[in-house]
Design a binder for this molecule. Structure first.
Ligand SMILES: Cc1cc2nc3c(=O)[nH]c(=O)nc-3n(C[C@H](O)[C@H](O)[C@H](O)COP(=O)(O)OP(=O)(O)OC[C@H]3O[C@@H](n4cnc5c(N)ncnc54)[C@H](O)[C@@H]3O)c2cc1C
Length: 379
């Protein structure tokens, strides 16, 4: 597809929400533009465990998952800082794949389906004149009829639009940091481990090739307390959990330095901002320990595709498109985010984590129920 004056829909951010929704709409013949500020392929802080609920959707979009020799993950191990462990089968399970491989492969599928991928291209501003959007980016100025914000947890546009979650002072839900490594080792290939430590938790699971993804979330306060040194924090705080102590001390990382992010917020967000439909983390971030953020991002993109199509075919007005998207988003995800926030508050506090794990061990049905509350069905 060649470049045109006005696109049917633009996606700001080429992570999972933006890429999958862009492919989906392009497959129906629409003229689609996608902006990604980083240069593909690139690493991203993420636990890289994807719930099986999005397997079929990814395959329908053209990702040859069955041929990619990816590890299938069916079990969960949770350890508490003082050593209590809980092992569970995962009701639906998941698979492991790095974002480096996944996002790049989807980008190529997007291009093959006619999406114009602007990369690297950072969107600086978006203006709506009542009919169309004008997008100002480092790659030039573009216009489009619909616009989706798929730019992840926090972006320059959140600051420009003064979104309420960004204006909040540091609170127990908005001051987290994420750290990720790819490591070599001999761990269970069909298990995701979640090791808790004071004010944080660390996931370990297999991805493609000979790699495991080691990724943790903790408070900015923990880093500050460690003199802003990740090494000190890992030695003095994470390593108090004996399971983590062994992993960290024996770890062979594929990177010189870990990949990091800061200012991660689980506070509520709006799903439409200045007539832009918000997808994925830009609409609301679920606690990573639920292992469901990527599926939610793709599923929210699929919801947006359906209403955008109806609008472009003139079946519904713009007001109706925005209303339907917000309603459907809330129906599908609001409950999961509430449960995710609740678990996020419990985990990492040594006493509550221990009590929580003890309760889960005693009542396996309760833990299965809780896992189901943060997950959805295949879509
Ligand atoms: C520590 C941690 C561990 C996690 N582990 C898991 C897990 O194991 N399983 C799981 O399912 N989920 C996990 N998640 C959640 C998951 O990573 C996210 O929910 C998912 O990546 C959201 O996808 P997205 O497309 O909304 O955003 P992203 O994947 O973040 O994509 C957004 C993209 O937008 C780009 N961008 C931003 N601003 C601009 C701009 N102005 N112009 C152009 N481009 C822009 C960014 O570069 C980025 O590539 C984890 C999250 C954290 C923090």
């Amino acid at each position: 597809m060649s470049k045109v004056d006005t696109y049917d829909c633009a996606f700001i951010g080429g992570g999972l929400a933006g890429l999958t929704a862009a492919i989906n709409l392009a497959k129906s013949g629409y003229r689609i533009l996608l902006f990604e500020k980083e240069t593909y392929p690139f690493h991203k802080v993420c636990g890289e465990y994807i719930s099986m609920e999005s397997w079929d959707y990814l395959v329908r979009l053209g990702l040859p998952l069955a041929d990619m020799q990816l590890p299938r993950i069916k079990k969960l191990l949770v350890t508490a800082p003082i050593g209590i462990t809980l092992e569970q089968d995962l009701p639906l399970g998941g698979f492991g794949i790095s974002r480096y491989l996944l996002d790049e492969t989807l980008m190529h599928i997007a291009k093959k389906n006619g999406v114009i991928v602007m990369n690297p291209a950072k969107v600086e501003s978006v203006a709506f004149d009542g009919k169309q959007f004008t997008i100002n980016s480092s790659a030039g100025v573009f216009t489009c009829t619909c616009c989706c914000g798929s730019y992840g947890k926090r972006s320059n546009l959140d600051r420009i639009w003064k979104r309420p979650f960004i204006l909040k002072k540091p609170n127990p839900l908005n001051h987290f940091i994420g750290v990720k490594y790819h490591i070599a080792g001999h761990f269970n290939t069909d298990q995701i481990a979640l090791h808790n430590f004071s004010d944080g938790y660390c996931g370990l699971s297999k991805i493609e090739g000979d790699r495991y993804c080691l990724c943790y979330l903790t408070t900015a306060e923990n880093l500050k307390r460690s003199g802003n040194s990740i090494e000190t924090m890992e030695r003095e705080i994470l390593s108090k959990n004996p399971h983590l102590e062994k992993i960290i001390s024996e770890r062979q990382s594929f990177y010189e330095q870990p990949i990091t992010i800061s200012q991660v917020s689980f506070n509520k967000k709006t799903q439409v901002e200045n007539h832009v439909l918000m997808l994925g983390d830009a609409a609301g971030l679920i606690a990573p320990l639920s292992g469901n953020g990527m599926s939610m991002a793709m599923h929210s993109g699929k919801l947006a595709v359906a209403v955008v199509e109806d609008f472009l075919e003139k079946k519904i007005s713009r007001v109706e498109m925005e209303k339907r998207y917000q309603k459907q988003w809330k129906q599908l995800f609001a409950g999961r985010l509430v449960t995710g926030r609740l678990i996020q508050r419990v985990f990492g506090k040594p006493t509550t984590t221990n009590i929580f794990l003890w309760m889960m061990k005693k009542t396996p049905n309760l833990s299965q129920w809780l896992i189901r509350q943060t997950h959805g069905n295949p879509f």
